[in-house]
Design a protein around this ligand. Structure first.
Ligand code: COA
Length: 358
């Protein structure tokens, strides 16, 4: 008998119905479909309609993950999000309640685009320690609600969505076992990805900040460079911890920020790009939802197969990063609503990696 471990037993994802293509963005901003596609690989994104908050999309993904696991109760709900419905309280308890999960402990984790890996590591560790037997782990963000409507760069990159997994107690030797993690942060670079106003720092001064400070702000080039380095290093550490050589990593599901970042991560790790799972072309960067949504697409398209040794790696504001290694179980997963099945091979044409990232 091997050690107690968290085992993946359900998976689901959801994107809101409102599709925004690159051409539609170009009607209101100084950008083009060609610029967005060639610099990022993104062709379209989905965004929430007025009145739909993060809880709404989180619930849809959570419901699908519970159905996939054939389960109606869990012992724990962890929601990774940086766009909670309200600054206070956390959104997870409301999500748990509206999913009919009773009085299960529920809390949010805010690690921006690394949030899902942080939430997965936290939940899996609680299961491995014996504190709980089952967990619903959701990554959900409605980033469109915090983007500056005049910022062509961030409007082009981000989309809204939610992805979720169900974990149950099992053994490390089982298919689906979460085998190891790496997490890290560097707060000295916190200003690379930020919403400057609206938090306690600005509110303690009792003054209204300039309007633009309430929106998300990002220094794209530095973020790009850090994302490549941190995700590849973190994945390398997890591979070593779980005893995989690079060649034994069947699939890499890296945070879906930019296809050039994904190519650069593959290059750094020394794996062929065909081993990447990519769905950012159809859903853009969905922040905490990005990794579980790519998992959904990978399973639905058949690009991910049972027994595959899969490396998840995330990077985001904070700065934060992390990776997790698991073997894939056999899962019954519903396709994302409103989205054509992913094309295979799943990569948009190879794009040059900018010198800044080399
Ligand atoms: N349409 C047209 N032009 C745009 C544009 C858009 N949507 N967005 C930016 N540009 C312009 C810039 O204004 C700049 O113009 P200038 O040279 O006249 O100043 C030019 O394109 C080049 O900008 P630059 O930032 O150097 O481009 P880039 O090749 O680095 O690509 C990003 C920009 C944002 C796509 C890229 O840096 C990136 O993907 N970074 C990582 C972002 C990310 O993943 N964030 C989340 C991580 S968790």
């Amino acid at each position: 008998m091997t050690a107690r471990a968290a085992v993946l037993s359900g998976l689901g994802g959801w994107v809101p119905p409102r599709l925004v293509t690159n051409d539609q963005l170009a009607e209101e901003l100084d950008t083009t479909d060609e610029w967005i596609r060639t610099r990022t690989g993104i062709r379209q994104r989905f965004v929430v309609d007025a009145g739909m908050a993060t809880s709404g999309i989180a619930i849809e993904a959570g419901r699908r993950a519970l159905r996939s696991a054939d389960r109606s109760r869990v012992d724990l709900v962890v929601l990774a999000t940086s766009t909670p419905d309200h600054p206070c309280p956390a959104t997870a308890p409301e999500v748990a309640s509206r999913l009919g999960l009773g009085e299960a402990p529920a809390f949010d984790i805010a690690a921006v685009c690394s949030g899902f890996v942080y939430a997965l590591a936290t939940s899996a560790t609680m299961i491995a320690s014996g504190s709980v037997d089952t967990a619903l782990v959701i990554g959900a963000d409605s980033f469109s609600t915090i983007l500056n409507p005049r910022d062509r760069t961030t409007r082009a990159i981000f989309g809204d969505g939610a992805g979720a997994v169900v974990l149950r107690a099992g053994e490390a030797g089982e298919r689906g076992a979460i085998l190891g993690f790496d997490l890290g942060s560097d707060g000295s670079q916190a200003d690379l990805i930020t919403v400057p106003a609206g938090g306690s720092e600005q509110r303690s001064m009792g003054l209204l900040a300039p309007e633009d400070d309430y929106f998300f702000d990002m220094q794209g080039r530095s973020v790009f460079r850090n994302a490549v380095i941190r995700m590849s290093e973190s994945a390398g550490k997890v591979a070593e911890r779980v005893g995989w050589s690079v060649g034994e990593i069947d699939r890499v599901i890296a945070h879906q920020a930019n296809v050039r970042i994904l190519h650069a991560v593959a290059l750094e790790l020394g794996i062929p790009v065909e081993r990447l799972v990519v769905n950012l072309d159809r859903v853009a960067n969905t922040v905490a939802a990005s990794i579980p949504l790519a998992l959904v697409d990978g399973v639905v398209s058949g690009h991910l197969q049972p027994d595959d040794q899969v490396m998840l790696c995330g990077f985001g504001g904070g700065l934060t990063w992390g990776a997790a290694g698991l073997t894939l179980p056999s899962l019954s997963v519903e396709p994302l609503p409103g989205l054509p099945l992913p094309t295979r091979p799943p990569l948009p044409a190879a794009l040059p990696v900018p010198a800044a990232a080399r």
